[in-house]
Design a protein around this ligand. Structure first.
Ligand code: NAP
Length: 484
């Protein structure tokens, strides 16, 4: 397979928060990979910006360390890294003060794409937006990239949207959800909309239910105080899991363009039913011999914030009425694994008799690890002995199908940043989408807060609380295994 890298236009990318965790772990290593792949034109430039008093040289040394840490030795090249560092500059700037803004205004060039990555706390977004405009650094066609969390409820998301809208048009705002930049997630759209095979079956008549699982093995660790104000619903479901649900459930857009895709996703969110309390299971991991429990890491020892959530939701439209969507995410679970499973209904009539057992087709889309798509089909078990049935996978693991180049598939961040430079908003959330997602989420959170529901405890390394399994069993279903 020949990699087809199309260079983007020349750009100045300013990373506010250029010394922070996200910039060092994801954004800068991602940019290095795009550079090494030849996607950055000679005139591309990256400007780190933060309050720390650094020279461009000391910032480059910091970036060298960050890239070396994130990318294994065999996958990076010393000369290429040095050439990449040649594209980097630094400006000391204060989002809430006057320092650095005149210098930044003098640095950005008039005739290249201008993008500003707000990799700072959301409380600084308004300050940055205002100062970029006050100092005429924001041009009419510039773009801003904003990180999650985008609000903590509908009211704060509306405020944030209104703050940004005072200075930028919606076409300039790129709200990032890195799940949408994953190769498999985009492949999901290709599978759905470029094949005739699935679309006739993609509805309540043939799909029994859909499961979306994002399981992590890490705990909240040092982020306990922050996480405790958020919880799994706000941190994962409202954004990542809902975006995945939208891609599974949406109608085919008329074109693969930003507003056509996002219009369809918005319709799904607006068609989501409220979730009844009996269909929500929240949990908190307990300590074990070596690891601390959620409450030891959280801000308060009697915290009621969930580190695990499973819920069953319905979509009230013609395509999906009657087909439940089960969402599940949690920390300190058995394995790190993310999967979307579309579980089809049984064949209408079992001609092979009861002894052949029941078999179902399952389309599994794995996001991590080993990104890939598997379709489970039922065949005859080979050999004599009558018609015994066997489920086997038709496997499209990227590593097998695409060979070594599968490992070169760009990481979500680098792909999305290149989309920003290209001016393509398809894989970014629109303001109304984010607000609709909060409008669905808020009453659920308010409900369990008002009722004072306590999360159920679960063991570290398990699949979550027992109640989550019961949620499925009640309907005669079961969760997919959480497998590394
Ligand atoms: P972080 O490590 O705390 O970094 C914050 C950055 O902001 C630092 O570079 C800091 O540098 C800079 N900063 C703070 N106050 C500033 C000010 N007044 N003016 C200019 N710069 C200022 O945070 P992070 O983990 O990188 O997260 C950044 C954003 O990404 C947050 O919105 C977070 O929610 C989001 N996010 C992060 C991750 C992740 O994996 N880390 C994942 C998803 C989303 P100085 O102190 O030198 O100013």
């Amino acid at each position: 397979m020949v990699s087809r890298v199309i260079p983007v236009d020349p750009f100045d990318l300013v990373i506010f928060g250029g010394t922070g965790d996200l910039a060092q772990k994801k954004i800068l290593p991602g940019l290095y990979r795009r550079f090494a792949d030849g996607q950055m034109p000679a005139e591309a430039r990256i400007i780190g910006a933060a309050r720390s008093d650094l020279t461009s040289d000391s910032y480059r040394a910091m970036v060298r360390d960050a890239v070396s840490e994130a990318i294994p030795e065999g996958r990076r090249n010393g000369d290429t890294l040095t050439a990449f560092l040649g594209r980097i500059e630094y400006v000391t700037i204060d989002a809430t003060g006057t320092a650095g803004w005149t210098e930044l205004a003098a640095m950005v060039r008039p005739d290249v794409v201008r993008a500003f990555y707000f990799s700072v706390a959301p409380s600084l977004f308004g300050d940055l937006a205002k100062r970029l405009n006050d100092h005429r650094i924001a041009s009419r066609h510039c773009r801003i990239v904003v990180e999650k969390p985008f609000g903590r409820d509908l009211a704060s998301a509306r405020d944030l949207n209104a703050t940004l809208a005072r200075h930028f048009s919606e076409e300039q705002i790129y709200r990032i959800d890195h799940y949408l930049g994953k190769e498999t997630v985009q492949n999901l759209m290709a599978v759905r909309f470029a094949n005739v095979l699935f679309e006739p079956l993609w509805n309540a008549q043939y799909v029994d239910h859909v499961q979306i699982t994002v399981a992590e093995t890490v705990g909240v660790g040092g982020r306990g105080a922050y996480y405790d104000k958020s919880g799994a619903m706000r941190d994962m479901v409202q954004n990542h899991l809902m975006q995945l649900l939208c891609l599974i459930a949406m109608e085919p857009p008329s074109r693969f363009d930003p507003d056509a895709v996002r219009d369809e996703k918005l319709k799904v969110i607006r068609a989501l039913d409220p979730v009844e309390p009996k269909d929500i299971v929240r949990g908190q991991y307990l300590a074990n011999d070596t690891l601390s429990g959620y409450r030891d890491e959280a801000e308060s020892p009697d915290s009621r914030t969930e580190s695990f959530i499973a819920l069953k939701c319905g979509i009230s439209n013609w395509r999906w009425a009657g087909t439940p969507f089960y969402l599940r995410t949690g920390k300190r679970l058995k394995a790190r694994a993310s999967e979307i499973a579309v579980v089809f209904k049984d064949a209408p009539h079992a001609i092979f008799g009861q002894s052949a057992g029941t078999h179902r087709n399952i389309l599994s889309i794995r996001l991590q690890p080993n990104e890939g798509i598997t379709l489970g089909v039922t065949i005859k078990e080979p050999g004599p002995g009558g018609m015994r049935l066997l489920d086997v996978p038709l496997d499209m693991s990227f590593a097998d199908a695409l060979g070594p180049e599968a490992s070169e598939v760009p990481d979500a961040y680098e792909r999305l940043i290149m989309d920003v430079i290209r001016g393509n908003q398809t894989l970014f959330m629109r303001g109304d989408e984010v607000e609709a997602a909060w409008a669905w989420t808020d009453p659920l959170i308010e409900g369990w807060t008002e009722r004072g529901d306590a999360p159920a405890p679960y063991e570290i390394g398990s699949t979550g609380p027992e109640e989550a399994a019961i949620l499925m069993h009640r309907a005669g279903r079961k969760w997919r295994e959480i497998r590394p």
